[in-house]
Design a protein around this ligand. Structure first.
Ligand code: GDP
Ligand code: IMO
Ligand code: MG
Length: 427
């Protein structure tokens, strides 16, 4: 059986930290979708590491980390990421496997991402500009290039064919190519392809299914969050992959009946980077304070994250879509010191109370309705057990547990591995 760990909000819920924390229970951690748009931060003994494409089990020497077929890989970014790990003593060559079916992000995919965003003007998505959407478009358009293609004699020919098509699209956009030094980008890309030839490539669908049959324990690690899912998120302000549990099946070649536990992660409040609806957003000093206290700046792009109160309507929707069996709350320490904490439990739209996510969340007439809770002053970052937590906070957790109808199993009280409280058994 395979357990899945994923984000229930708009990304950056703390997936990297939690995946690293629970990895000792697993033999394989496998990323199933997304690409280097993800930024998963791990903190080990006060040292912070950000992973973009590599699964978050990489710091555990006995864990295989698989980049699954549903992921899109930028060879240049992956090479950079790998080379930062060797000085830390990580044996990447031994523990990192690449799916032959994972698609490659080409330099021109990144340019197309920029061109597409420019063309959208004020309606831009706020993409990470990592080439994610153009590479998934080529995948579904049946003209992408995959990791396994790099072993074929036709690789360069395929590359040139795709590049020529991209160049005509860029001309269509009126994109100024002169500023981008494409030749240099391509040289770096081919150098990175050569570098990656030394890494293990697998038929990941066989690898993962055979590993499962042999009794190995597997954790599927999601990227982004459920509200950024291409089908069920706040479309079009979403990413280009299925971020929900179903994505673990398609992105790894796993039959649905092999999915066991689904761990859903959410922050004690809520954030979003980029454009798109965010009903419980706080555009005031409280929002600013959350951003400051929570260091809410993107791990990938450094952009300030939008902040707001927790949105239970969206969370319940995400729990339903994912079949979540356990939830883990992160960043609760950030809320210490607030006199009042709020949770949006319904929306008001055109005089009607909504308890579900409507088709058009972007509707400006939609207002969040809140329940209010007493805050707490106590610093949570040194808490080790549930009994160390202040009563107002444990009451807030019980409320969430009751509303969401899923056990709150882990409460994270700081970025470090050690700042993690197991509240209820989750295995
Ligand atoms: P991910 O994309 O879901 O892995 O999340 P990110 O790494 O992008 O963002 C989460 C940020 O919060 C990172 O800087 C983490 O180090 C940090 N973090 C994770 N859990 C906690 C927590 O419980 N408390 C605090 N204060 N920070 C946390
Ligand atoms: P992790 O895995 C937060 C957002 C972007 C943008 C939209 C589309 O760290 O949680 P894309 O580059 O995918 O075309 O951008 O999705 N986005 C994320 N937001 N965390 C992420 O990943 C994200 N990956 C993409 O900001 O709004
Ligand atoms: Mg992140």
């Amino acid at each position: 059986m395979v357990d899945v760990l994923l984000g229930l909000q708009w990304g950056d819920e703390g997936k990297g930290k939690i995946a690293d924390f629970i990895t000792p229970h697993y033999d394989i951690v496998a990323r199933f979708q997304g690409g280097p748009n993800a930024g998963h931060s791990l903190e080990i003994n006060g040292m912070k590491h950000v992973l973009n494409t590599i699964p978050s089990g990489i710091f555990h020497p006995n864990c295989i980390n698989l980049i699954g077929s549903g992921v899109v890989i930028d060879p240049v970014k992956l090479k950079d990421e790998i080379s930062k790990l060797y000085p830390l003593g990580v044996d990447v060559k031994k523990n990192l496997f690449l799916s032959k079916r994972a698609h490659l992000i080409l330099p021109t995919h990144r340019l197309l991402d920029a061109a597409s965003e420019q063309s959208k003007g004020k309606n831009k998505i706020g993409s990470t500009l990592r080439g994610i959407s153009p590479s998934y478009q080529d995948k579904t358009g049946r003209s992408g290039i995959r990791v396994g293609d790099m072993n074929l004699a036709t690789f360069k020919y395929k590359y040139d064919e795709v590049k020529q098509r991209h160049l005509s699209l860029l001309r269509f956009y009126g994109f100024d190519l002169t500023a981008s030094n494409l030749q240099q980008l391509e040289d770096d890309w081919f150098a990175a392809i050569d570098y990656l030839r030394d890494y293990v490539q697998v038929d990941s669908e066989y690898y993962i299914n055979e590993a499962m049959v042999s009794g190995m324990k597997i954790l599927a690690e999601g990227a982004q969050g459920s509200m950024l899912d291409i089908d069920f998120g706040t479309y079009p302000f979403v990413t280009s992959s299925n971020t929900i549990t179903a994505g673990a099946c398609t992105g790894l070649g796993l039959a649905p009946r092999h999915i066991n536990r689904v761990y859903g992660i959410f922050k004690a409040y809520c954030t979003r980077v980029g454009g798109g609806p965010f009903p419980s957003e706080l555009i005031d000093e409280t929002g600013e304070l959350i951003r400051k206290k929570g260091h809410e700046f993107g791990a990938t792009t450094g952009r300030p994250r939008r902040t707001g109160w927790i949105d239970l309507v969206a969370l319940k929707y995400a729990i339903m879509l994912n079949g979540v069996t356990h939830v883990f709350i992160t960043k609760s320490d950030v809320l210490s010191g607030f006199t009042e904490i709020k949770a949006c439990d319904r929306y008001l739209s055109h005089g009607e109370i909504l308890s579900g996510v409507p088709f058009e969340l972007n509707d400006e007439s939609l207002t969040p309705l809140y329940k209010s809770f007493k805050g707490w002053d106590k610093d949570l970052t040194t808490a080790k057990h549930e009994c160390d937590l202040p009563l107002n906070f444990t009451e807030y957790i019980s409320y969430l547990e009751n509303e969401l109808a899923v056990p709150v199993s882990i409460v994270s009280v700081g970025p470090d591995r050690d700042q993690t409280i197991i509240r209820k058994e989750f295995r």
